[in-house]
Ligand binder design. Structure first.
Ligand code: E4P
Length: 226
């Protein structure tokens, strides 16, 4: 499973990229608003993210009609070669995805909450599908079980190669809230997990690693003073 960072914060992206294991970034309007982003700066901001990351960067459309989504999608895709156009899983989003995919533009269908939505997104030519895990948990449903259903359903069929390097559709486990979510997503075969920076840090940390390192450091002092 690959790791994407779910943020629009340039410092977080630069820091995570420096760790050497980051495969991409996902953003959305909320994440851009959270960093105080302004509409006029949006395209430049996406370009900056694309320059920091060696991998796909999802930039979300905000239009609600297929024509406008396609228009926005073309504009976003022209910003950098690694832009992936993020489109909500709606009727208008599906139609726009078909058009964009036929033009060779990579689409990440987002706000996906069901197997039928995921199958339709894949049939419409999405390169990525983003089932949201945490938002199910927020309403006392099991987000990991829903993700499992989607991964299993997609695995039973062949889809047109609409992703980068001719890849079939990839599942991005999204709305990830904990390292445990990451573990579960990996075990059930999600291709990618997109995680907030605080969760990525928690994925690296383990108390046994911290304690083990402290013991090694203490013992090495003994060796140096022997
Ligand atoms: C996915 O691409 C979304 O940006 C994100 O994972 C949503 O997560 P949230 O439910 O924490 O807002």
């Amino acid at each position: 499973m690959k790791f994407f960072l779910d943020t629009a914060d340039l410092d977080e992206i630069a820091e995570a990229a420096s760790w050497g294991a980051l495969a991409g970034v996902t953003t959305n309007p909320t994440l851009y608003a959270r960093i105080g982003g302004k509409l006029a700066d949006f395209n430049e901001h996406i370009k900056r993210i694309c320059a920091l990351v060696d991998g796909p960067v999802s930039a979300e459309t905000t239009a609600t009609t297929r024509e406008k989504i396609v228009e926005e999608g073309r504009e976003l895709a022209a910003l950098a070669p690694n832009v992936v156009v993020k489109v909500p899983t709606t009727v208008e989003g599906l139609a726009a995805t078909r058009t964009l995919a036929d033009e060779g533009i990579h689409v990440n269908m987002t706000l996906c909450f069901s197997v039928p939505q995921a199958l339709l997104a894949a049939r419409a030519g999405a390169a990525y599908i983003s089932p949201f895990v945490g938002r199910f948990d927020d309403i006392s449903e099991d987000g990991i079980e829903q993700l499992d259903n989607i991964v299993s359903a997609l695995a039973g069929y062949d889809f047109a190669p609409c992703g980068p390097a001719g890849k079939e559709v990839e599942v991005i486990a999204a709305s990830i809230r904990s390292a445990n979510h990451v573990t579960q997503a990996a075990l059930l075969g999600a291709d990618i997990a997109t995680v907030p920076f605080n969760v990525l840090k928690k994925c690296v940390e383990h108390p046994l690693t911290t304690n083990g390192l402290a013991a090694f450091e203490k013992d090495w002092e003994k060796v140096k003073n022997a």
